[in-house]
Design a protein around this ligand. Structure first.
Ligand code: PEP
Ligand code: MN
Length: 360
């Protein structure tokens, strides 16, 4: 990935005055649906029209896509609206069919990126192509696996590359369908600043009401674009109904998003500030997440103490913790006073939790 500068040539060549937008339905369902949505997205800021033709479903029995027939509909979209087209490919046969039908942008789905065999098969089938190829992050938060897929494509002489951040699956239920783990795309941008990175708020949130906020965070973190699933009748979509928005909602989202162009010092300052603030928000959320988990652990200790009839407050243990944390804090540039105050507050909350359990 030494020539990563080449990777973003395709994006720079588009000379966009706004972030790249890829939009269209999760799945192509019927010719009428594909063309209908496309016509409502024509003459908007949408650059690429997406539709899933082959759908990798986690469980069998869900809609698995219309197959090659849908590629003809995408060709019609291009002929009738001028929009470029995009679809997911997951094996050599998909690649060959997509190329035959002149699809402009191909992406590798999250369930394919996890498999080096599949990624290699796709890379071999695409060897030397000048189509744009975007790699979605693997379902599990593994940066090496994600980068490994990009490397396989780069090694197959595929130059127009990029990545899509669509979040990561967790066993625990969270407010997201796939948690963003923003730190990972941030690390990736630091390592490969020229690799275009697109955010997919639809698969991160799984919920249309959260699309705007996640999109705004992504733009504040300097993502190059967005992929947003758009359907004329989201509630009756054949796949991913809860997360799709209508074309008019998409247009409103694109209008409301604060897109920070870096064209003068004032906006450059604002862009930098927003970027740093977005980073701070991520850390603050991580702090709360960690504190929540810490208090749950305190609750478990409270339950143990109750069982053994032991006092809640054990000051020797507490003094040991505090001493160690002050030293550790110093190595991170945190003042003794701050560490003391913070841990006193944490300790008080912890005691409150334990007392509730012991006396409750
Ligand atoms: C999709 O984009 O419709 C899709 C299946 O996404 P992912 O691979 O991110 O789950
Ligand atoms: Mn989908």
């Amino acid at each position: 990935m030494e020539n990563s500068k080449q990777m973003r040539t395709w994006l720079d060549d588009l000379k966009l005055d706004h972030p790249l937008v890829i939009a269209g339905p999760c799945s192509a369902e019927t010719e009428e649906q594909v063309l209908g949505i496309a016509h409502s997205l024509k003459d908007t800021d949408v650059n690429y029209y997406r539709a899933g033709i082959w759908k990798p479903r986690t469980r069998p029995g869900n809609f698995e896509g219309v197959g090659a027939l849908g590629l003809k509909w995408l060709q019609k979209v291009k002929a009738e609206t001028g929009m470029k087209t995009a679809t997911e490919v997951a094996n050599r046969a998909h690649v060959e069919l997509a190329l035959e039908h002149d699809i402009d942008l191909l992406w590798i789905g999250a369930r394919s990126t996890v498999s080096p065999f599949i990624v290699q098969e796709i890379a071999d089938a695409l060897k030397g192509t000048d189509k744009i190829v975007l790699v979605k992050n693997p379902v599990n938060p593994d940066l090496a696996l994600w980068l490994g897929a990009v490397e396989r494509l780069a090694t197959a002489d595929i130059k127009n590359l990029g990545v899509i951040h669509r979040g990561f699956s967790t066993y625990e239920k969270t407010k997201y369908r796939n948690i963003p783990e923003w730190q990972m795309p941030i690390d990736l941008q630091t390592k490969f600043p020229d690799l275009p990175i697109i955010n997919d708020p639809s698969h991160i949130t799984g919920n249309r009401d959260m699309i705007f906020d996640v999109s705004q965070t992504a733009l504040d973190l300097n993502f190059d674009g967005l992929m947003i699933e758009t359907h004329h009748d989201p509630d009756n979509a054949w796949s991913d109904a809860a997360q799709q928005v209508t074309p008019s909602v998409l247009v409103q989202i694109m209008k409301d998003l604060k897109i920070r162009k870096e064209d003068n010092t004032e906006t450059e300052y604002k862009a930098k500030l927003n970027n740093l603030r977005a980073n701070i928000d991520i850390f603050d959320n991580q702090l709360l997440e960690t504190l929540g988990k810490r208090m749950k652990t305190s609750d478990a200790i409270g339950a143990l103490k109750k069982e053994k009839n032991v006092a809640v407050l054990q000051s020797t243990r507490w003094n040991e913790i505090l001493g160690a944390m002050i030293l550790e804090g110093e190595t991170k540039g945190l003042s003794e006073e701050f560490v003391l105050r913070m841990f006193k507050a944490i300790h008080q909350e912890s005691i409150r939790h334990q007392e509730k359990i012991v006396n409750g």
